[in-house]
Design a protein around this ligand. Structure first.
Ligand SMILES: C[S@@+](CC[C@H](N)C(=O)[O-])C[C@H]1O[C@@H](n2cnc3c(N)ncnc32)[C@H](O)[C@@H]1O
Length: 310
């Protein structure tokens, strides 16, 4: 529990007091065997870098809403505590997944809760370090850790997760990786929380070439070339159209969906080319919409990347 910011410390203490009151009540009424499933927050968090502070149900709902979580999701909760996030994903959405936590007592509690709630076949919990966990199977990763820990996780999230995988983080952002969504959660009787959400972008940077065959505006077959740079989901760069260099704009990647626009002048005609497509390896397939001072038309688009330029 070292290096806890004051705000976190306050929440931790208040959670501890609440848990203590709930535990006292539960120990009077719980059936035999169920008592051990109630977490003793202080004892359980002792000696951990990140203490066990459970997320409120409103935070879970917001995580699922912002990431459009659904029954097809495979949810991995990094630092799963008492298992509430994965269990809720199974019970509320029909999803499946697992959680990992370094704390064996919490992992036991989470597995027992999953069993008691009849979802043990779809919600599993393992004693494992988040940094040693294979997260490649996830379609949704959730976490409620500390600022420096989520930042340390960022390279692993970006290099291991499939493009299109969503990430939701309670209270802590991923530094200069701009979140796609962010919402303040005001649960009654709780300190305010913030939920951040991102989608893992495909790697689009590199040199791309393609031809456009549309004789009304271009020569019969016009070769195109784009040099794309990437910063997370934002794309930058330039395109060469009929020998002229033009900037790409409105450029981005949402999972595997790539989009950008360029405006060029061809034979005194201003043409906007709006590209949208899906990237798979070194290929993008989609459409380009030609508009501007021409009658709008949409034609197929297929671009290839020079592998060495990635
Ligand atoms: C703030 S709690 C969040 C619990 C749960 N995810 C939730 O939102 O209700 C953080 C959890 O991360 C676990 N944890 C901290 N560092 C960890 C690590 N390196 N590997 C696995 N679990 C870790 C702690 O034991 C604690 O249970």
């Amino acid at each position: 529990m070292t290096n806890l910011p004051g705000r976190r410390m306050c929440r931790f203490i208040s959670v501890f007091l609440t848990a203590f009151v709930l535990m006292s009540a539960a120990s009077l009424s719980a059936p035999a065997g169920a008592q051990e499933v109630t977490p003793d927050v202080e004892e359980i968090s002792d000696g951990l870098d990140v203490p066990f502070v459970p997320s409120h149900a409103d935070v879970l709902k917001t995580m699922f809403e912002l990431t459009k979580a659904n029954k097809d999701d495979y949810v991995i909760d990094l630092g799963s505590g008492d298992g509430r996030i994965v269990i809720a994903a199974v019970k509320w959405l029909g999803a499946q997944g697992f959680g990992v936590d370094l704390n064996t007592k919490l992992v036991d509690i989470a597995n027992k809760r999953a069993q008691q709630q009849g979802v043990a076949d779809r919600a599993k919990f393992h004693v494992r370090d988040i940094f040693q966990t294979d997260i490649s199977k996830a379609s949704l990763v959730t976490m409620y850790l500390l600022p420096d820990i989520v930042l340390q996780l960022r390279p692993k999230l970006l290099s291991t997760l499939k493009p299109g995988t969503r990430i939701a983080s309670h209270d802590y952002h991923l530094g200069d990786w701009r979140p796609d969504h962010m919402r303040v959660v005001d649960s009654q009787g709780e300190e305010r929380s913030i939920v951040y959400a991102w989608t893992v972008p495909a790697k689009v940077a590199g040199k791309w070439t393609w031809d456009i065959a549309f004789s009304s505006y271009f020569n019969a077959v016009t070769p195109m070339q784009a040099d794309i740079e990437q910063r997370y989901q934002d794309l930058y760069g330039k395109m060469v159209v009929n020998g002229a260099v033009v900037p790409v704009r409105a450029a981005g990647v949402d999972g595997t969906k790539v989009s950008f626009t360029v405006t060029s002048e061809i034979d005194d005609v201003v043409v906007d080319q709006t590209y949208t497509g899906t990237i798979s390896g070194d290929e993008i397939t989609g459409t380009v919409r030609l508009s501007g001072s021409v009658k709008p038309v949409e034609i197929p688009w297929r671009a290839r990347r020079q592998p060495a330029s990635r």
